[in-house]
Write a protein that binds this ligand. Structure first.
Ligand code: NAD
Length: 257
């Protein structure tokens, strides 16, 4: 499998390149970055700024870049027939729509979190929500490094949306932090709290709080290989998948078969 990597100079780009290098069935064919980022002198795959010029070298494009670059990569992949693994978070509605439109022409795996541990956390949360009384409050606390651009994290939003759906709460039940005289907590609310600092790679805790007791489900990514292994599985899946918009759940189910 031939891979072209967009955002190759970033934290995730470097981690993905390292993991791909250890996979015998994968070759990193090209690396794409912004012109402002200098090419490393590492003898690695060719480095450039224009995905369009490189896309034909890859069966799969993997991107961890920016919301605009994610949407642009999806359009290029749709035009050229390359599959896409997309991991950038914080996309706006039009960028999300761009990916969905591209998925009508090519196969795209999109996940706010490629860690298999977070997949297990999401499944454990669904089970826990079914096991505790519906009156228990749900709160999410996430921690990330000081350079993270979006808040709350895409993973925290996904956990909150899935919990809200399970509880039958409206989308407006998600509450981003609290400040001032907010009054007592309504029942149908899911609070999300984003900490930023240091070098935290990714930490998500879901608290289910009842009267006199509480339960916490927590996942901690210690380094970015936690995501890169899921990216590799997604790339293998998407390389042969028909056009469509796929989640990591579908990648994991296919791997289990
Ligand atoms: P980063 O800032 O370290 O790296 C992003 C890289 O993309 C930078 O090197 C930047 O120059 C490059 N880039 C930006 N625009 C580009 C363009 N138009 N063309 C080519 N390159 C471009 O950030 P990061 O920590 O690597 O995270 C990147 C994204 O991935 C963020 O949105 C982050 O939230 C997300 N992320 C997702 C997962 C996941 O599992 N889905 C895990 C970690 C991070």
């Amino acid at each position: 499998m031939r891979v072209v990597l967009v955002g190759a100079g970033g934290r995730m780009g470097r981690a993905v390149a390292q993991t791909l290098a250890g996979a015998e069935d994968v070759t990193l064919k090209a690396r794409v970055e912004r012109p402002e980022v200098a090419a490393p002198v590492d003898g690695g795959a060719p480095w450039g700024h224009d995905l369009g010029a490189f896309v034909a070298r890859g069966d799969v494009v993997v991107e961890f870049s920016s919301p605009a670059a994610a949407a642009a990569a999806a359009a290029v992949c749709a035009e050229c027939g390359a599959a896409l693994v997309s991991g950038t978070t914080g996309l706006g509605d039009s960028e999300e729509e761009g990916l969905r439109a591209a998925a009508r022409k090519t196969a795209i795996v999109r996940a706010a979190n490629f860690s298999l541990g977070v997949l297990a956390l999401r499944r454990a949360l669904a089970t826990a929500l079914g096991a505790v009384p519906a009156s228990w409050d749900v709160e999410i606390v996430e921690r990330h490094h000081r350079g993270k651009q979006d808040a709350p994290s895409g993973t925290a939003l996904q956990l909150a949306r899935e919990a809200a759906e399970r509880r039958g709460y409206p989308a407006s039940a998600l509450r981003m932090g609290r400040s001032g005289r907010v009054g007592a907590r309504p029942d149908a609310e899911i609070g999300i709290h984003a900490l930023r600092g240091g070098t935290w790679v990714g930490d998500h805790a879901v608290v289910l709080a009842g009267a006199g007791e509480w339960l916490e489900l927590r996942h901690v990514a210690e380094d970015r290989t936690a995501f890169a292994h899921g990216v590799l599985a997604a790339a293998r899946f998407v390389a042969t998948a028909p056009p469509g918009f796929y989640t990591l759940d579908e990648v994991a189910s296919a791997a289990a078969r």
